[in-house]
Design a protein around this ligand. Sequence first.
Ligand code: G4P
Length: 290
Amino acid sequence: MQYQWYPGHMTKAKRQMMEDLKLIDVVVELVDARIPHSSKNPDIDTMANGKSRVLLLNKADLADREKTAAWKTYYEAAGYYVVTVDSKAGFGIKEVGSVVALACREKTERDRRRGIKNRPIRAMVVGIPNVGKSTFINAFAKKAVTKTGNKPGVTKGKQWIRLNRDVELLDTPGILWPKFEDRAVGLRIALIGSINDEILVGTELGFELSNFLTKNYPGLLKAKYGVEECDDGNEMLLRVARARACLKKGGELDVEKAAGFLLDDFRNGKIGCFTLEIPDSPSPDSQEQG
Ligand code: G4P
Protein backbone atom coordinates (compact mmCIF):
# COMPACT_ATOMS: atom_id res chain seq x y z
CA MET A 1 0.00 0.00 0.00
CA GLN A 2 1.28 3.49 -0.79
CA TYR A 3 0.98 6.27 1.71
CA GLN A 4 1.15 9.99 1.31
CA TRP A 5 2.17 11.64 4.53
CA TYR A 6 0.53 14.90 5.45
CA PRO A 7 0.93 16.60 8.84
CA GLY A 8 -2.54 15.34 9.86
CA HIS A 9 -1.63 11.73 9.11
CA MET A 10 1.59 12.05 10.98
CA THR A 11 -0.01 13.53 14.07
CA LYS A 12 -2.60 10.75 14.12
CA ALA A 13 -0.01 8.02 13.60
CA LYS A 14 2.17 9.52 16.31
CA ARG A 15 -0.71 9.67 18.79
CA GLN A 16 -1.65 6.05 18.09
CA MET A 17 1.96 5.02 18.44
CA MET A 18 2.29 6.75 21.82
CA GLU A 19 -0.86 4.94 23.03
CA ASP A 20 0.38 1.55 21.84
CA LEU A 21 3.83 2.11 23.27
CA LYS A 22 2.28 2.36 26.75
CA LEU A 23 1.23 -1.28 26.44
CA ILE A 24 4.54 -2.76 25.45
CA ASP A 25 7.98 -3.57 26.77
CA VAL A 26 9.96 -3.94 23.57
CA VAL A 27 9.87 -2.30 20.16
CA VAL A 28 10.61 -4.56 17.20
CA GLU A 29 11.57 -2.15 14.46
CA LEU A 30 11.78 -3.22 10.83
CA VAL A 31 14.00 -1.53 8.29
CA ASP A 32 14.76 -2.48 4.70
CA ALA A 33 18.23 -4.05 4.62
CA ARG A 34 18.95 -2.33 1.30
CA ILE A 35 18.60 1.10 2.93
CA PRO A 36 18.72 0.63 6.71
CA HIS A 37 19.39 4.29 7.46
CA SER A 38 16.95 5.80 4.97
CA SER A 39 14.11 3.42 5.88
CA LYS A 40 14.51 4.09 9.59
CA ASN A 41 12.39 6.77 11.20
CA PRO A 42 14.56 8.55 13.77
CA ASP A 43 11.53 9.88 15.73
CA ILE A 44 10.90 6.41 17.09
CA ASP A 45 14.07 6.72 19.17
CA THR A 46 12.53 9.56 21.18
CA MET A 47 9.08 8.00 21.30
CA ALA A 48 10.35 4.60 22.43
CA ASN A 49 12.80 6.02 24.92
CA GLY A 50 13.25 3.54 27.77
CA LYS A 51 11.87 0.54 25.87
CA SER A 52 14.04 -2.38 24.85
CA ARG A 53 14.87 -2.23 21.17
CA VAL A 54 15.16 -4.95 18.57
CA LEU A 55 16.01 -4.01 15.00
CA LEU A 56 15.22 -6.32 12.09
CA LEU A 57 17.17 -5.90 8.86
CA ASN A 58 14.36 -7.26 6.69
CA LYS A 59 14.43 -8.14 2.96
CA ALA A 60 17.99 -9.31 3.53
CA ASP A 61 17.49 -11.62 0.53
CA LEU A 62 17.56 -8.52 -1.70
CA ALA A 63 20.52 -6.84 0.00
CA ASP A 64 24.28 -7.15 -0.31
CA ARG A 65 25.27 -9.74 2.28
CA GLU A 66 28.54 -8.10 3.34
CA LYS A 67 26.93 -4.72 3.78
CA THR A 68 24.11 -6.27 5.80
CA ALA A 69 26.73 -7.71 8.14
CA ALA A 70 28.33 -4.25 8.41
CA TRP A 71 24.97 -2.68 9.25
CA LYS A 72 24.32 -5.35 11.87
CA THR A 73 27.61 -4.54 13.60
CA TYR A 74 26.88 -0.85 13.33
CA TYR A 75 23.46 -1.01 14.95
CA GLU A 76 24.64 -3.42 17.63
CA ALA A 77 27.29 -0.86 18.53
CA ALA A 78 24.48 1.70 18.79
CA GLY A 79 22.73 -0.45 21.41
CA TYR A 80 20.18 -2.45 19.41
CA TYR A 81 19.63 -6.16 19.32
CA VAL A 82 19.77 -6.90 15.60
CA VAL A 83 18.45 -9.81 13.55
CA THR A 84 18.87 -10.28 9.79
CA VAL A 85 15.57 -11.46 8.35
CA ASP A 86 13.92 -12.53 5.11
CA SER A 87 10.26 -12.47 6.15
CA LYS A 88 9.04 -13.63 2.76
CA ALA A 89 10.96 -16.91 2.89
CA GLY A 90 10.89 -17.12 6.67
CA PHE A 91 14.63 -16.90 7.29
CA GLY A 92 15.66 -15.47 10.65
CA ILE A 93 12.10 -15.46 11.99
CA LYS A 94 12.71 -18.09 14.64
CA GLU A 95 15.68 -16.22 16.03
CA VAL A 96 13.57 -13.12 16.68
CA GLY A 97 11.66 -14.71 19.58
CA SER A 98 14.79 -15.55 21.50
CA VAL A 99 16.40 -12.18 20.75
CA VAL A 100 13.29 -10.39 22.02
CA ALA A 101 13.50 -12.41 25.23
CA LEU A 102 17.19 -11.55 25.49
CA ALA A 103 16.50 -7.83 24.96
CA CYS A 104 14.04 -7.94 27.85
CA ARG A 105 15.98 -10.11 30.26
CA GLU A 106 16.60 -7.27 32.73
CA LYS A 107 12.89 -6.62 32.95
CA THR A 108 12.14 -10.31 33.32
CA GLU A 109 14.72 -10.50 36.12
CA ARG A 110 13.24 -7.45 37.83
CA ASP A 111 9.76 -9.00 37.68
CA ARG A 112 11.07 -12.21 39.14
CA ARG A 113 12.74 -10.40 42.04
CA ARG A 114 9.43 -8.65 42.77
CA GLY A 115 7.66 -11.98 42.78
CA ILE A 116 5.82 -11.31 39.49
CA LYS A 117 5.69 -14.58 37.59
CA ASN A 118 4.36 -15.51 34.16
CA ARG A 119 3.82 -11.95 32.97
CA PRO A 120 4.73 -12.20 29.29
CA ILE A 121 6.89 -9.66 27.55
CA ARG A 122 4.81 -7.51 25.21
CA ALA A 123 6.24 -6.51 21.87
CA MET A 124 5.14 -4.30 19.00
CA VAL A 125 6.33 -4.20 15.39
CA VAL A 126 6.96 -0.75 13.90
CA GLY A 127 8.34 0.60 10.63
CA ILE A 128 7.67 2.80 7.64
CA PRO A 129 5.29 1.50 4.94
CA ASN A 130 6.46 -1.44 2.82
CA VAL A 131 9.40 -2.58 4.94
CA GLY A 132 7.54 -5.88 5.45
CA LYS A 133 5.77 -5.47 8.80
CA SER A 134 2.67 -7.49 7.85
CA THR A 135 4.72 -10.16 6.11
CA PHE A 136 6.88 -10.47 9.19
CA ILE A 137 3.93 -10.68 11.58
CA ASN A 138 2.28 -13.33 9.40
CA ALA A 139 5.47 -15.35 9.22
CA PHE A 140 5.90 -15.02 12.94
CA ALA A 141 2.29 -15.87 13.72
CA LYS A 142 2.59 -19.08 11.73
CA LYS A 143 5.42 -20.13 13.98
CA ALA A 144 3.58 -18.91 17.04
CA VAL A 145 1.29 -21.06 19.11
CA THR A 146 -1.94 -19.08 19.45
CA LYS A 147 -3.64 -15.77 19.05
CA THR A 148 -4.60 -14.62 22.49
CA GLY A 149 -7.54 -12.28 21.79
CA ASN A 150 -8.77 -9.59 24.12
CA LYS A 151 -7.76 -9.78 27.72
CA PRO A 152 -8.96 -7.99 30.81
CA GLY A 153 -6.83 -4.97 31.46
CA VAL A 154 -5.77 -4.66 27.85
CA THR A 155 -7.27 -1.95 25.66
CA LYS A 156 -10.35 -3.32 23.92
CA GLY A 157 -9.74 -4.52 20.39
CA LYS A 158 -6.07 -5.27 20.84
CA GLN A 159 -5.06 -8.70 19.65
CA TRP A 160 -1.93 -10.35 20.87
CA ILE A 161 -0.06 -13.20 19.26
CA ARG A 162 1.57 -15.51 21.73
CA LEU A 163 5.03 -16.20 20.37
CA ASN A 164 6.30 -18.50 23.05
CA ARG A 165 5.96 -18.97 26.79
CA ASP A 166 7.44 -15.53 27.45
CA VAL A 167 6.57 -13.22 24.57
CA GLU A 168 3.39 -11.71 23.10
CA LEU A 169 3.24 -9.58 19.98
CA LEU A 170 0.64 -6.91 19.23
CA ASP A 171 -0.88 -8.13 15.96
CA THR A 172 -1.24 -4.70 14.34
CA PRO A 173 1.99 -2.99 13.42
CA GLY A 174 2.77 0.64 14.12
CA ILE A 175 3.14 2.57 10.89
CA LEU A 176 5.89 5.17 11.01
CA TRP A 177 6.28 7.99 8.52
CA PRO A 178 9.28 8.03 6.23
CA LYS A 179 11.70 10.91 6.70
CA PHE A 180 12.46 12.11 3.23
CA GLU A 181 13.20 15.76 3.73
CA ASP A 182 16.74 14.84 2.73
CA ARG A 183 16.76 14.30 -1.05
CA ALA A 184 19.14 11.34 -0.87
CA VAL A 185 16.87 9.59 1.64
CA GLY A 186 13.76 10.25 -0.48
CA LEU A 187 15.54 8.99 -3.55
CA ARG A 188 16.59 5.73 -1.92
CA ILE A 189 13.11 5.09 -0.55
CA ALA A 190 11.76 5.68 -4.06
CA LEU A 191 14.39 3.41 -5.63
CA ILE A 192 13.30 0.44 -3.55
CA GLY A 193 9.69 1.23 -4.50
CA SER A 194 8.36 2.31 -1.13
CA ILE A 195 6.93 5.62 -2.27
CA ASN A 196 4.84 6.32 -5.29
CA ASP A 197 6.88 6.66 -8.45
CA GLU A 198 4.79 9.69 -9.30
CA ILE A 199 6.52 11.64 -6.56
CA LEU A 200 9.81 11.17 -8.34
CA VAL A 201 9.67 10.69 -12.08
CA GLY A 202 10.59 7.19 -13.28
CA THR A 203 13.26 8.43 -15.64
CA GLU A 204 14.94 10.37 -12.85
CA LEU A 205 14.98 7.24 -10.71
CA GLY A 206 16.27 5.13 -13.59
CA PHE A 207 18.97 7.70 -14.22
CA GLU A 208 20.09 7.64 -10.55
CA LEU A 209 19.96 3.85 -10.43
CA SER A 210 22.02 3.52 -13.56
CA ASN A 211 24.61 5.93 -12.10
CA PHE A 212 24.71 4.00 -8.83
CA LEU A 213 25.15 0.65 -10.57
CA THR A 214 27.79 1.69 -13.09
CA LYS A 215 29.78 3.37 -10.33
CA ASN A 216 29.50 0.68 -7.65
CA TYR A 217 29.03 -2.49 -9.66
CA PRO A 218 30.79 -1.94 -12.99
CA GLY A 219 30.05 -4.57 -15.61
CA LEU A 220 26.71 -5.53 -14.17
CA LEU A 221 24.45 -3.64 -16.56
CA LYS A 222 26.55 -4.85 -19.44
CA ALA A 223 26.08 -8.42 -18.31
CA LYS A 224 22.34 -7.99 -17.78
CA TYR A 225 21.34 -5.89 -20.79
CA GLY A 226 24.29 -6.31 -23.15
CA VAL A 227 25.02 -2.58 -23.24
CA GLU A 228 28.35 -0.80 -23.11
CA GLU A 229 28.56 1.15 -19.85
CA CYS A 230 29.21 4.85 -19.48
CA ASP A 231 28.84 7.31 -16.61
CA ASP A 232 26.05 9.29 -18.24
CA GLY A 233 22.75 8.03 -16.78
CA ASN A 234 20.65 9.45 -19.64
CA GLU A 235 22.79 7.80 -22.26
CA MET A 236 22.64 4.54 -20.30
CA LEU A 237 18.84 4.64 -20.33
CA LEU A 238 18.90 5.22 -24.08
CA ARG A 239 21.18 2.21 -24.49
CA VAL A 240 18.93 0.03 -22.35
CA ALA A 241 15.92 1.28 -24.38
CA ARG A 242 17.70 0.27 -27.58
CA ALA A 243 18.74 -3.13 -26.20
CA ARG A 244 15.24 -3.85 -24.95
CA ALA A 245 13.56 -2.41 -28.05
CA CYS A 246 11.61 0.11 -25.97
CA LEU A 247 10.12 2.27 -28.70
CA LYS A 248 7.42 4.90 -28.83
CA LYS A 249 4.82 4.92 -31.62
CA GLY A 250 6.93 6.93 -34.05
CA GLY A 251 9.95 4.68 -33.48
CA GLU A 252 11.60 7.04 -30.99
CA LEU A 253 13.40 5.35 -28.07
CA ASP A 254 11.17 5.13 -24.98
CA VAL A 255 13.47 6.08 -22.12
CA GLU A 256 10.67 6.00 -19.57
CA LYS A 257 9.86 2.40 -20.42
CA ALA A 258 13.55 1.46 -20.20
CA ALA A 259 13.76 3.14 -16.77
CA GLY A 260 10.71 1.09 -15.75
CA PHE A 261 12.42 -2.16 -16.81
CA LEU A 262 15.56 -1.24 -14.94
CA LEU A 263 13.69 -0.31 -11.77
CA ASP A 264 11.52 -3.43 -11.83
CA ASP A 265 14.51 -5.70 -12.35
CA PHE A 266 16.34 -3.95 -9.54
CA ARG A 267 13.43 -4.03 -7.08
CA ASN A 268 12.72 -7.69 -7.72
CA GLY A 269 16.33 -8.70 -7.22
CA LYS A 270 16.71 -9.74 -10.87
CA ILE A 271 19.90 -7.77 -11.37
CA GLY A 272 21.41 -8.91 -8.09
CA CYS A 273 21.47 -8.05 -4.41
CA PHE A 274 22.31 -4.46 -3.54
CA THR A 275 22.57 -2.17 -0.58
CA LEU A 276 22.36 1.49 -1.45
CA GLU A 277 24.06 2.93 1.60
CA ILE A 278 26.83 2.01 3.98
CA PRO A 279 27.09 2.82 7.69
CA ASP A 280 28.72 6.11 8.68
CA SER A 281 30.82 6.47 11.70
CA PRO A 282 30.06 7.62 14.33
CA SER A 283 26.52 6.35 14.48
CA PRO A 284 23.84 8.93 13.53
CA ASP A 285 21.17 6.57 14.83
CA SER A 286 22.58 5.94 18.27
CA GLN A 287 19.77 5.52 20.76
CA GLU A 288 21.66 7.63 23.26
CA GLN A 289 21.19 10.61 20.99
CA GLY A 290 17.41 9.88 20.98
P1 G4P B 1 4.30 -3.33 5.38
O1 G4P B 1 3.32 -4.13 6.21
O2 G4P B 1 5.48 -2.89 6.18
O3 G4P B 1 3.68 -2.19 4.65
O4 G4P B 1 4.90 -4.31 4.25
P2 G4P B 1 4.33 -5.68 3.67
O5 G4P B 1 4.41 -6.76 4.68
O6 G4P B 1 3.00 -5.41 3.04
O7 G4P B 1 5.41 -5.99 2.53
C1 G4P B 1 5.62 -5.12 1.43
C2 G4P B 1 6.18 -5.93 0.26
O8 G4P B 1 7.46 -6.43 0.63
C3 G4P B 1 5.36 -7.16 -0.10
O9 G4P B 1 5.50 -7.33 -1.50
C4 G4P B 1 6.06 -8.29 0.60
O10 G4P B 1 5.85 -9.55 0.01
C5 G4P B 1 7.51 -7.85 0.46
N1 G4P B 1 8.39 -8.39 1.50
C6 G4P B 1 8.23 -8.36 2.84
N2 G4P B 1 9.27 -8.92 3.47
C7 G4P B 1 10.13 -9.34 2.50
C8 G4P B 1 11.41 -9.99 2.52
O11 G4P B 1 12.01 -10.27 3.58
N3 G4P B 1 11.97 -10.25 1.30
C9 G4P B 1 11.37 -9.90 0.12
N4 G4P B 1 12.01 -10.18 -1.01
N5 G4P B 1 10.18 -9.29 0.08
C10 G4P B 1 9.57 -9.01 1.25
P3 G4P B 1 4.37 -6.95 -2.51
O12 G4P B 1 5.01 -6.87 -3.85
O13 G4P B 1 3.64 -5.75 -2.03
O14 G4P B 1 3.41 -8.13 -2.43
P4 G4P B 1 3.67 -9.65 -2.85
O15 G4P B 1 4.74 -9.66 -3.88
O16 G4P B 1 4.06 -10.38 -1.61
O17 G4P B 1 2.34 -10.05 -3.35
